[in-house]
Ligand binder design. Structure first.
Ligand code: GLC
Length: 756
């Protein structure tokens, strides 16, 4: 979150200091501040029988102007440039907003992020449980897995003294090289919105506030603070905004974090269309909008256009929501009612989420064993078996010898860099990797795949080679029955991958090992899609993503079949960058101040939709994922019930081991054109014993069958036929299809049937 250019930050801090000297945070501080009023005898807003709106109105009415202003200006939780951490913020944390103790309102203590309780780099990191990457959770296609992961990390946040967790990242994967793809949930709005929504709900089940971020279209890191994301508004409503809308509906997230980038001109954090029109008017959002750290650029425009709280003001050119806002309210440039609304939204959320009624308690204990198991289960559910020719997997426990090569697999598993970095219990498994500073350090969790593989095959001879010398690794591989090569790709915030190729000559390593042993398995620990020039020569490939705190055990459980893999790709793996809407990444990573536009000309045709539209064949399609068993589909039927399309079908486990399948329903219009030939319309995940058949019925989200009309702000579907394809992936593997004739329908901006 903080730019890696401390020089820039230092200059900004000097500027801030100059401005702060010229405009003290509060004009009244020029004179002795008025005495704080006494604690009120009655605090009716603490009456839990009242609803959050009533309680918020009552307490805001009791606040002084200074007390109101203190709610809209956030502080960073760590030293930054010349600015020192706020004394009351928890060390090496993300943020702090002073409360109103006089009225019984606690401070807001903020931690990052969606993989667990993160720490800013420094001498006293918190060691906490890390979930696998957001992509791994999304690859489970199981909303219950997302919820359980959120509930676990939220419990660690509360136990660590935080009542706000900056989780819920769900920027669509338009750009497979995006340095933060590992934090998000892939390329499809229905899947990503559902999974992020459940994760946020899980976090907030701990009576803390979570976020939905980054609102909106912060879909690449290069130039994120300055780039102007340009896109047709209706296309945005049917893609990134639909993901966020579904996540918000499923979670009722307490806060939305507006993004760094501009959106069709204005900065996201002062875009009246985005914040006031779409989020607050059309979607009826009653929580509060916090800025990203360094994403606030004004006082009057930001306040009037929908920003409710300036986060980490030390990153901005000025504390816009400090003295300058007080002045703006005095002059009427920002109405008093707007300041009251900003504060009401914040404290309403605190009441609604249980933050006021469930104060943080110091010294809570954390069950790291139980939480590590939640992380391992998530990793196991999200691991994607991409290839398994000749059924080389699962490995037999009677295998005589295994060569384990590369990826620091002797000591640990990789995680992604940046503000979401969780530091592991037990310390870093590998030290001294570069970059050592932001968005580093590069963190491996001390969960050794080698140790876990040895535990699975105690009688096998298991040797390790670090993979630095491909020729030596090949010799080691040649001696073994099976070679397991770990290939890693580290990505991080503010740091896009410049290519989809594996870094550090790992393609050469994999080719060399595959050349020496025909029974080679590749395990990928990547932040997102990568190309695989060696694929034809490797019989088995397992995508383990960043597998989290217990990733080593999870990988070994899948390799040996203790767990039957059931992950499916939440994002397309391209065959090459040439297939992308932007083969070359826009912007210049060496010049973060560069102003440029990203033309999202693909509109809502994101990921597999783009590949369908252009007729590109990916390396692996969206939705792809193999199992150690096989499944078959039958009996597909569609039926409109109470105004919604319901799809029924049967799934049979046609193999000889139990397994979980993710049947996917794709919809294609036959009488109109959408942005692309098909859209994911529904899916489910179910576990079947060998030979078992189960009939399932899923309801289709109506917005997925409609086009958004920006002028009328409605979702519209004309009467007509829609083809439904039930398949194992977006390429249509194992597909069966049926056509349904649907009546016309018009839905309001929130997808509700319009009153006739
Ligand atoms: C950032 C990130 C955001 C994070 C915040 C606080 O720069 O974009 O995701 O929550 O700062 O660290």
């Amino acid at each position: 979150m903080h730019h890696k250019y401390f020089a820039v930050a230092a200059a900004r801090t000097a500027l801030v200091a100059a401005i702060a000297a010229a405009f003290p945070l509060s004009a009244s501080s020029a004179f002795a501040a008025p005495p704080e009023p006494a604690e009120p005898a009655q605090k009716p807003w603490l009456d839990r029988s009242l609803d959050a709106d009533q309680r918020a109105r009552l307490v805001v009415k009791a606040m002084t102007q200074q007390e109101k202003l203190r709610w809209v200006l956030g502080y960073f939780g760590h030293d930054f440039g010349k600015s020192k951490k706020h004394p009351d913020a928890l060390p090496q944390s993300a943020g702090y907003i002073p409360g109103t103790p006089r009225l019984g309102l606690p401070a807001l203590l903020e931690t990052d992020a969606a993989q667990g309780v993160a720490s800013q780099a420094g001498p006293a990191v918190r060691e906490r449980t890390a979930l696998p990457s957001g992509l791994a959770t999304a690859a489970s296609w199981d909303p219950k897995v997302a919820y359980a992961g959120g509930a676990m990390i939220g419990s660690e946040a509360r136990a660590s003294g935080f009542n706000v967790m900056l989780a819920g990242g769900v920027n669509l994967q338009r750009e497979p090289r995006n340095g933060r793809n590992f934090e998000y949930a892939g390329e499809d709005p229905l899947l990503a919105g559902s999974m992020a929504g459940q994760a946020i709900k899980g976090v907030e089940s701990n009576r803390i506030i979570s976020t939905l971020k980054h609102f909106v279209l912060n879909d690449q890191e290069t130039g994120r603070n300055e780039l102007d994301a340009r896109i047709d508004k209706a296309a945005l409503r049917m893609s990134d905004l639909l993901a966020m809308e579904l996540a918000l509906e499923q979670s009722d997230a307490g806060s939305v974090m507006c993004a760094y980038n501009r959106l069709n001109g204005p900065y996201s954090c002062e875009s009246a269309w985005l914040l006031n029109d779409v989020l607050k008017r059309d979607w009826g959002f009653r929580g509060f909008v916090m800025s990203d750290w360094g994403a606030t650029h004004s006082t009057v425009a930001a306040a009037n256009n929908g920003l409710d709280q300036q986060s980490g003001h030390e990153f901005d050119k000025s504390p816009y929501f400090g003295g300058a806002l007080e002045e703006a309210v005095k002059t009427g440039a920002v109405p008093q009612a707007r300041l009251d609304d900003m504060v009401t939204r914040i404290v309403r959320t605190m009441f609604a989420k249980g933050v006021v009624d469930n104060p943080l308690k110091a010294g809570a204990t954390i069950d790291f064993a139980a939480n590590g198991a939640v992380s391992r289960q998530t990793a196991e559910e999200g691991m994607v078996l991409l290839k398994n020719e000749g059924r080389i997997l699962p490995l037999a426990k009677t295998v005589r010898s295994i060569a384990v090569i590369g990826g620091h697999a002797d000591v640990g598993v990789l995680s992604g860099g940046g503000s979401s970095q969780v530091y592991p219990v037990g310390g870093l498994a590998v030290k001294g990797l570069l970059p050592a500073t932001w968005p580093g350090p590069v963190v491996y969790y001390p969960s050794s795949p080698l140790r876990a593989i040895r535990a699975q095959a105690p009688n096998a001879k298991v040797v390790f080679d670090d993979g630095r010398d491909p020729a030596r690794a090949a010799r080691v591989a040649a001696e073994a029955d099976v070679a397991v090569v770990f290939a890693t790709q580290w990505i991080g915030e503010a740091n896009d991958a410049q290519s989809l190729a594996l870094p550090d000559r790992q393609d050469e390593l994999v080719s060399s090992v595959a050349g020496a042993n025909a029974r080679t398995v590749v395990v990928l620990e990547t932040g997102g899609p990568v190309t695989m020039p060696w694929l034809a020569r490797v019989p088995a490939v397992l995508e383990a993503w960043y597998p989290g705190t217990s990733g080593g055990e999870a990988i070994a459980n899948v390799l040996f079949g203790a767990v039957n893999p059931s992950g499916h790709l939440p994002a397309t793996f391209p065959a090459s960058e040439q297939q992308l809407p932007r083969p070359k990444l826009d912007g210049d990573p060496k010049n973060p101040e560069l102003q440029f536009a990203v033309d999202y000309h693909e509109g809502a045709a994101v990921g597999y939709k783009w590949f369908d539209l252009k007729g590109h064949k990916p390396l692996f399609p969206f939705g792809h994922g193999l199992s150690y068993t096989t499944f078959a589909y039958s009996g597909l039927a569609g039926q409109v019930k109470d105004g919604r399309l319901h799809v029924r079908f049967k799934v049979t486990n046609t193999g000889n081991v139990a397994g979980k399948d993710v049947p996917q329903v794709y919809a294609s219009p036959l009488s109109v054109k959408w942005e692309a030939p098909k859209r994911l319309a529904a899916w489910t995940k179910l576990s079947l014993q060998p030979g078992e058949t189960r009939e399932v019925e899923v309801a289709v989200e109506p917005r997925v069958l409609a086009m958004f009309d920006e002028k009328s702000r409605t979702w519209r579907r004309p009467q007509g036929k829609i083809k439904l394809v039930l398949a194992e992936d977006a390429a249509g593997t194992g597909a069966t299809s049926v056509t349904v004739d649907l009546p016309a329908s018009t839905l309001d901006a929130r997808g509700r049937p319009r009153a006739r």
